[in-house]
Design a protein around this ligand. Structure first.
Ligand code: SAM
Length: 201
């Protein structure tokens, strides 16, 4: 996982680029311990500090049963609008076109190309045609010595330059926007994309 206190910045960027609307369904792929399940609240789930109805629904999936159990214990179900499930992201048992938005965070650089391809294909399948993927990963482009120190201590062994990240996403998505930001000591890339029609068949 990411080494730094930068998750706050990552959450802010994810929230802004997802732009969740009340009633939308968000799928968090490879959700780990569920760190990103409360994003929607900042946008549309909290009014005067109270959760209200009509907010986005969240489903976090991860292969690691211990992470999923921890996430469910820690973050609960929020009145049935939040769920965590053990699942293989390359074989999601979810209906085509059943989610509005998807999040794929801090994971790309942990996986080889083929695994990422399988995951991205599944995300494209379960998103609505107008749906949006927001992918955030570590930036592999010439990070400089200080940043290199932190990147080298991350467990991901598949760090890619932005161009290679975009190429993977573009196999199943049309990229709408991309950029970069700093999360503490770790440079991050962020990509927003819409599923290509062919990917959904
Ligand atoms: C680096 S963590 C990212 C967790 C989370 N997105 C975050 O930012 O805190 C990568 C996650 O991918 C999960 N994972 C690995 N292979 C998977 C697969 N085939 N299907 C679903 N999850 C998988 C791991 O269990 C791990 O929790």
């Amino acid at each position: 996982m990411l080494i730094s206190g930068g998750q706050r910045a990552t959450k802010r960027w994810a929230r802004d680029w997802l732009d969740l609307q009340p009633g939308e369904r968000l799928l968090d792929v490879c959700c780990g311990t569920g760190e990103f399940c409360q994003l929607r609240i900042a946008d549309c789930g909290l009014r005067n500090g109270e959760e209200h109805g009509g907010e986005a629904e969240y489903l976090g999936i991860d292969l690691n049963a211990r992470y999923v159990a921890y996430a469910a214990r820690r973050y609960g179900v929020a009145g049935g609008r939040r769920a965590f499930r053990v699942a293989d992201a390359t074989r999601l048992r979810l209906a085509p076109g059943s989610f509005d938005k998807a999040l794929f965070v801090n994971s790309l650089h942990h996986f080889p190309d083929d695994l990422n391809r399988g995951i991205l294909r599944e995300i494209a399948r379960v998103l609505k045609p107008s749906g949006r993927l927001v992918l955030i990963d570590m930036a592999g482009d010439h990070p400089g010595r200080a940043r290199r120190f932190f990147l080298d201590r991350d467990r991901g062994r598949h760090l890619r330059p932005l161009g290679a990240q975009l190429a993977l996403v573009e196999e199943h998505f049309a990229v709408r926007r991309y950029g970069a930001f700093d999360a503490g000591f770790t440079p991050q890339t962020i990509i927003a994309a819409t599923p290509r029609p062919a990917a959904r068949e």
